[in-house]
Structures are given as structure tokens and as C-alpha cells.
Design a protein around this ligand. Structure first.
Ligand SMILES: [Zn+2]
Length: 65
């Protein structure tokens, strides 16, 4: 099994998996991203495999665009 480079940064946002369905994302491909403002006003960033997942995730978080 091939190991990907050392990108272990605990606490950092993961952009290598879809935040909605968990699919692995190709880092050299375009990915839709979304920002969600938490209750404390802190913005969280999410990446998705496609627009459908982004929309589904946005609905969960009631994001307005
Ligand atoms: Zn997805």
C-alpha cells in the first residue's frame, strides 16, 4: 500500500476527503469548497468531491450563498 507524503497536521482542515461523503479527493483536481461559520463566529473550511455533496452539506449547515 502506497503511503502518501507526511501531511499529518492534527487539528488542520482535511482537504483530501469529501466533507460530505468521505470520498478521497485528488489534490490536483478542482474541488468545490465551502465555508461555514460556527456559533462562535469561527469559519470552517470544507472540501467536497462535487457540487452535489457541497449542496447537501450546505443544506445541513443552512449556509446561504
Ligand atoms: Zn462527496
Amino acid at each position: 500500500m502506497a503511503k502518501r507524503g507526511a501531511r499529518d497536521t492534527p487539528g488542520d482542515v482535511e482537504f483530501d476527503r469529501c466533507a460530505n461523503c468521505g470520498s478521497e479527493l485528488g489534490m490536483d483536481e478542482w474541488q468545490p469548497v465551502s465555508t461555514v461559520e460556527g456559533e462562535d463566529g469561527v469559519l470552517s473550511f470544507y472540501a467536497f468531491c462535487d457540487d452535489a455533496c457541497r449542496d447537501a452539506h450546505a443544506r445541513d449547515f443552512d449556509v446561504e450563498e
